[in-house]
Ligand binder design. Structure first.
Ligand SMILES: Cc1ncc(C[n+]2csc(CCOP(=O)(O)OP(=O)(O)O)c2C)c(N)n1
Length: 575
């Protein structure tokens, strides 16, 4: 069958099972947008390419399938660099297709030319510049394979205009369905080493103060159930990093919640005092370790990661295993089931210590007095309690992100979507839209900061036009709050360039202008009823602006560069 490159691209995407593309056309992608009219794939026209990238990420977070974006050359491509980097840091499977100037014009500084593969080299798992139309089917097949296997990540495919332009003879090809992959050097781990499993089991059986340190790799490997089996079999407590919230249920008695810079006291201190960290799909990120040299000084380390480069990168492992988390955990569970001495070590004193910390240092905040601004934590508690248990929660970056992770109860995997590694302000609105497209059956609430919201709020126009009924809670504290917190704590309250004003812009007016329903809440007594009202709206996006206290800080906090032993708790718990 004779096709042109543009038709071949659409056919290749259909073959990969793509049901939605997030994108915005341009000169270099005109020949790709034309065959889209005849394709079964839904296209969502964004207002900015950064939105397309984050929507694709949100979609991938909640479905586990690759998110796909299609943007034009030059500025279209550079606008999507931030989502690529974001997806790279958080191991999110994405396939981004960029238009490129005609092959013969590459290198001439042609109109809207950018060296897209050069620019994105360090923020993609792999990228391709396709030079012949004939290669399109195989490259697309390889791109999805690379994005979704091993450690998932973003893959970029740059396509010069001439090889997809039906008016150019270079675009003609004989269609052939791709068969397999010829990717020398790309061998995602599949096998589990039984000797390492035995050694890991030996350490687990002998440990007096073990903790399971579980990270985003659990969700990537679809290993939430296996993790639960392991925890219940061994009766070992589990911390869930920011990337693995929901990967182990918060309502489980063995759940300790989030560790790290703004983790809760018990999770942080249990890691710190443990004698064995069973590290599963986590990477000793600096936000978790604090000062690396002082992190969990007495702990032996079991480290399981799909990416061999993570093992021994930050902390030397006593047992390091490259492997798929689910396969390794299942093998470990099978090995431990066969051990007779599984519960011979007495861990009662460790368990008592943990429950002592939980009792003494629960998450806490001071309620506002009547007439005072809302407390952000209170708003989050009300949102949490006023929405279905399996609501998908998306956040921006800043104080509101940490409060949401702390105060929500994540009892199901794939219900928490955020930008962990890169910390991208402007992530929430588009990622929530992508999440709702991926899971239209679920309620999707984004919790955003006033600063973050202003970065990508225009995508609510996309959501309104496409009738994607996401719900956005803006915690309007009139500041770039997280930066303000650091200035307050570490720069003598010298608040440099962090004030945003509560009224400029008019969040409700702006939201309505974009086609959303919108509410402003200032009174404690209105919080619950407005959330209920927002929950009922299902035919357009809803924005609820909550006016919250500006001075509120996120506690606990491990100051940057300090040991986790220096954790600062809420003022009411100090002393
Ligand atoms: C694109 C980008 N620019 C700057 C920062 C640095 N930064 C981290 S948090 C933050 C403040 C966020 O303010 P807001 O969205 O109002 O949330 P809040 O902290 O007040 O909850 C800033 C500026 C960032 N993470 N991302």
């Amino acid at each position: 069958m004779k096709l042109n490159g543009g038709q071949a691209l659409m056919k290749s995407l259909e073959l990969e099972g793509v049901d939605v593309l997030f994108g915005l056309p341009g000169g270099a992608t005109l020949p790709l947008y034309d065959p889209l009219i005849d394709s079964s794939i839904r296209h969502i026209l964004v207002r900015h390419e950064q939105g397309a990238g984050h929507m694709a990420e949100g979609y991938a977070h909640v479905t586990g399938r690759a998110g796909v974006a299609l943007v034009t050359s030059g500025p279209g491509a550079t606008n999507i660099v931030t989502p690529l980097c974001d997806a790279y840091m958080d191991s999110i499977p994405l396939v981004v297709i960029t238009g490129q100037v005609p092959y013969a014009a590459i290198g001439t500084d042609a109109f809207q030319e950018a060296d897209t593969t050069g620019i994105t080299m360090s923020v993609t798992k792999h990228n391709f510049l396709v030079t012949e139309a004939q290669d399109i089917p195989q490259v697309i097949h390889d791109a999805f394979h690379i994005a979704t296997t091993g450690r998932p990540g973003p893959v970029l495919v740059d396509i010069p205009k001439d090889i997809v332009d039906p008016n150019n003879p270079r675009s003609g090809l004989d269609w052939h369905e791709p068969d397999g992959h010829d990717l020398p050097g790309y061998n995602p781990a599949t096998e589990v080493d039984p000797e390492l499993i035995r050694r890991a089991a030996d350490l687990i059986v002998a440990a007096e103060r073990p903790v399971i340190y579980s990270g985003g790799g659990i969700l990537k490997a679809r290993a939430a159930e296996a993790l639960r089996d392991l925890a219940e079999l061994t009766e070992i407590h589990v911390v869930t990093t920011l990337m693995n919230r929901g990967g182990f249920p918060d309502d489980h008695p063995l759940c300790l919640g989030m560790p790290g810079m703004h983790g809760n006291y018990t999770a942080v201190t249990a890691l710190q005092e443990s004698d064995l960290l069973i590290t599963l799909g986590a990477r000793f990120d600096d936000r978790v370790t604090g000062k690396v040299d002082a992190f969990a000084p007495h702990a032996k380390i079991i480290h399981v990661d799909i990416d061999a480069a993570e093992i021994d990168k930050v902390r030397r492992a006593d047992v390091g295993m490259r492997g798929d988390c689910r396969a390794v955990i299942e093998a470990l569970v099978a090995e431990l089931r066969g051990r007779s001495g599984l519960h011979t070590v007495d861990r009662s004193s460790w368990n008592q210590t943990i429950s002592g910390w939980q009792e003494r240092y629960p998450l806490t905040y001071e309620q506002s007095a009547p007439g005072e601004a809302l407390k952000p934590q209170f708003v989050l508690e009300q949102l949490r309690d006023g929405t279905p248990d399996d609501t998908i929660v998306v956040s921006g970056v800043g104080q509101h992100q940490m409060w949401t992770s702390q105060w929500w109860k994540f009892n199901h995997p794939y219900t928490w979507v955020n930008s962990g590694g890169l910390g991208t302000m402007g992530f929430a609105v588009p990622a929530a839209i992508g999440a709702k497209v991926g899971r239209p059956d679920r309620m999707v609430w984004a919790v955003d900061g006033d600063g973050c919201w202003q970065m990508t709020s225009q995508e609510l126009v996309t959501a309104a036009a496409e009738r994607i009924p996401v719900k956005i809670a803006i915690l309007n504290n009139a500041y770039l709050g997280m930066v303000r917190q650091w200035q307050e704590m570490f720069y003598d309250e010298r608040y440099s360039e962090v004030y945003l004003s509560p009224d400029l812009p008019d969040y409700v007016g702006w939201s309505r202008a974009m086609g959303c329903e919108a509410f402003r809440v200032e009174d404690v007594d209105e919080v619950e009823s407005v959330i209920a009202k927002a929950n009922e709206i299902d035919d357009r996006p809803v924005v609820v602006e909550f006016r919250v206290e500006s001075a509120e800080k996120v506690f606990p906090m491990v100051p940057s560069g300090r040991s986790n032993s220096d954790i600062v708790v809420d003022p009411s718990q100090q002393g």
